[in-house]
Design a protein around this ligand. Structure first.
Ligand code: CP
Ligand code: NVA
Length: 307
């Protein structure tokens, strides 16, 4: 493995200045695309291998278009259609793909596999969502909040619902970018050991069952599906989550310019009502989805040391 390679596995692996560089480049690339500017092929001849163990719409399409628009190409592998599904090891797969591809994006149920790819390949590894985290998503979220509202520094951000992978990356982001994160969640759901490790003792991170406290004067309310792909929560039902639904009643008391974000896919009537997600004044979910494309381009360029 090349020791000085750049991977994008968790936000806290990367220095704040580097994350800011990625955000800045994403904003620039978005402007260039809107103007229809012909891109210089910053990633010409780059082959991106994407391995999916779970379904995806946004991540798959945005990465594929991102690499194409930068001059490279994507090879998309559904894990179940590869020899990984028949017992070939991650180590062998990584060493083989390494001979064809210059960068990998992996979506996996097992975060340790990302670390294994990282160990056995010379190519940078991008986390396209794991059971632990979803760093590309939260970079796009920060970009979206800042372009539609204001700098995230010292803002109050509210998370409602499950303690999942997207939240993990939000907690890392709160530690790095210095904003207050209120996490309103059912008491039946306990933070994982990974989440505890990064959140414990942090003054700007508050876990609560008090929705009013979490929403009061909030600048941004975020939620996600109550049941993530592949998660096993036998003791939790929709009933436990109901109080944490983002609906018109629950968001009373938030800042007058509050934004609503959701990584999507969303279940209207479950974690969010249509009155909120389809409210053009509050909801910025479509810009959030679009920004995956711009941030992904900047992440690819950063990993390959083009920025
Ligand atoms: N938000 C997100 O990662 O969406 P996909 O599962 O469609 O990639
Ligand atoms: N928390 C969700 C995010 C989907 C993009 C999941 O893991 O299913």
């Amino acid at each position: 493995m090349t020791l000085n390679k750049r991977s994008f596995i968790n936000l806290s692996d990367i220095r704040k200045e580097e994350l800011n560089k990625i955000l800045k480049r994403a904003r620039q690339l978005k402007k260039l695309r809107a103007k229809g500017t012909v891109f210089k092929n910053s990633l010409a001849k780059v082959n991106l291998a994407m391995i999916f163990e779970k379904p995806s719409t946004r991540t798959r399409v945005s990465f594929e278009i991102a690499i194409k628009e930068l001059g490279g190409q994507a090879i998309i592998l559904d894990e179940s259609m590869t020899h990984l599904a028949r017992g070939e090891t991650v180590a062998d797969t990584a060493r083989v793909l390494d001979r064809y591809c210059q960068i990998f994006m992996i979506r996996t149920n097992n975060h340790n596999k990302l670390l294994e790819y990282q160990n056995y390949s010379n190519a940078p590894i991008i986390n396209g969502l794991s059971n632990i985290s979803h760093p590309c998503q939260v970079m796009a979220d920060i970009m979206t909040f800042e372009e539609s509202r204001d700098k995230i520094l010292r803002k109050k951000i509210t998370w409602m619902g499950d303690l999942n992978n997207v939240l993990f990356s939000w907690v890392e982001a709160a530690n790095i970018f210095d904003f207050d994160l209120y996490i309103a969640h059912p008491k039946q759901i306990r933070p994982s050991k990974e989440l505890k490790k990064i959140a414990n003792g942090k003054k700007n991170i508050t876990f609560t069952q008090n929705v009013k406290q979490a929403i009061h004067n909030s600048n941004c309310i975020i939620t996600d599906t109550w049941f993530s792909m592949g998660s096993k929560k036998s003791n939790i039902s929709e009933q436990h989550f109901k109080r944490y639904q983002v609906n018109e009643k629950n968001i009373i008391g938030a800042n007058a310019k509050v934004a609503f974000m959701h990584c999507l896919p969303a279940k209207r009537g479950k974690e969010v009502t249509k009155e909120v997600i389809d409210n053009k004044k509050i909801s910025i979910v479509w810009d959030e989805a679009e920004n995956r494309l711009h941030i992904q381009k900047a992440i690819l360029e950063w990993c390959l040391k083009k920025i």
